[in-house]
Design a binder for this molecule. Structure first.
Ligand code: GLA
Length: 389
């Protein structure tokens, strides 16, 4: 939806005259490598993409918060006085969760009218929820004059997801949605939150995202289960070595002590996280050197570990990856995001992109009965205000 039609819809819905509404945008993201490492204090390497969420918003004096979306039917109106109540319709809880975090920080809400519009494919693991959270946090920070730092908006959006949406996610998604930079990947230490923008020079290659279009049943509870499994791995390992996060161990060190984890499943989870962490470091080196071939290889073994050790892929993601790897000109193919459905990210030579989309699409649908969608990623900036001309 363009700016004009969004403003028109806003006026149609809210009618009342008031202060001029302001427009904000937050992107979605694709993670290049470093999957399920963030909540283990590890490294990640995501990029912000061209798809995202627009929010048009203004404050009012009636003490009511009104939420609507151009993508979904249904609206909600709640009082701006605490406590804010959780809603049955899932997406409302993302903005309300963020608003609740402002209240928890002693920042009172005013009445306001909000209209969202997004083009991130739903439920595809491209961070549509973090995008809604961050666009809300960024806009509220401005219209409430609360002067919170961007990193604080990132943290409070993550907390909103824990408390209002019930997912114990790491910080990667909110961080990249906040700090993304055009044509750069963000190399983030999720424990210290130190980060570096790594120029993404793809010399003749494209990042192609492929969507399984598989409904991600029970993905939230399986995600939380993985978080608990990693904590259990730390409990076992910390009896031998003084650690509080899996990311504190290097792979050689883990390799020597892995037998101390009695449960094979928990051992595999730790193996993935610790090896994936090292793969992020190696990937950053490859990108600095422009060694895309080696980077693609790391993407491939990342997927294989997510399949064998972390068990978050499933037949649809695995099929997309298998078919992708058959195409000449594909250097790497892996799932991206939480898994259990969602998308893959593929490093594909320019000249092979058309063939990739055709052939992987056909073979995927023959093998699974589902239709895949494809998007060519443009690496974009993080959350921002869209100034009116
Ligand atoms: C989801 C979570 C992130 C991260 C990824 C897996 O996107 O929101 O915090 O854990 O899964 O890497």
């Amino acid at each position: 939806m363009n700016k004009e039609s969004l403003e028109k819809t806003f006026t149609e819905i809210y009618k009342t005259q008031g202060t001029k509404p302001q427009l904000y945008f937050a992107p979605g993201r694709v993670n290049l490598i470093g999957e399920h490492t963030d909540y283990n204090g590890g490294f990640v390497l995501p990029c912000a993409i061209q798809y995202g969420t627009w929010l048009i918003i203004r404050n009012t004096t009636d003490g009511l918060i009104k939420l609507a979306s151009a993508n979904f039917d249904g609206r909600v109106t709640v009082s701006s006085a605490p406590p804010l109540s959780r809603q049955q319709v899932k997406w409302f809880n993302y903005p309300l969760g963020v608003m609740d975090q402002f209240i928890q920080r002693g920042i009172p809400l005013t009445g306001m009218e909000l209209l969202y519009s997004g083009d991130i494919p739903n439920n595809a693991g491209l961070s549509s929820s973090a995008s809604i959270e961050m666009v809300t946090a960024y806009a509220l920070n401005e219209i409430l004059n609360s002067h919170l730092e961007l990193t604080e908006l990132v943290r409070l959006s993550q907390k909103a997801e824990h408390e209002f949406a019930g997912i114990n996610c790491g910080i990667m998604d909110q961080f990249i949605v906040g700090m993304g930079k055009k044509n750069h990947a963000l190399f983030l230490n999720c424990h210290t939150l130190e980060y570096k923008q790594i120029p993404l020079t793809l010399n003749g290659f494209r990042l192609v995202i492929a969507n399984t279009n598989k409904q991600r049943a029970l993905s939230d509870s399986k995600y939380n289960e993985r978080v608990v499994e990693c904590q259990l791995a730390v409990t076992y390992l910390s009896q031998i070595v003084d650690i509080s996060r899996l990311s504190e161990l290097g792979f050689p060190q883990f390799f020597k002590m892995q037998d101390k984890i009695p449960d094979e499943t928990i051992r595999k989870r730790a193996r993935h996280v610790i090896s994936e962490n090292q793969r992020v470091l190696n990937s950053v080196n490859c990108l600095w050197k422009g060694d895309l071939r080696q980077f693609g290889y790391l993407m491939n073994i990342s997927h294989d570990s997510l399949k064998e050790n972390y068990e978050v892929t499933g037949p649809e993601l695995d099929t997309l990856v298998e078919e992708a790897r058959k195409i000449k000109g594909v250097l790497g193919a892996r799932m991206t995001g939480a898994g259990f459905g969602g998308c893959t990210v593929n490093l594909v030579k320019n000249e092979s992109v058309d063939q990739f989309i055709r052939q992987v699409g056909e073979n995927y649908s023959t093998r699974t009965g589902l239709k895949a969608d494809f998007y060519i990623a443009e690496i974009s900036d993080g959350v921002r205000k869209i100034e009116s001309k």
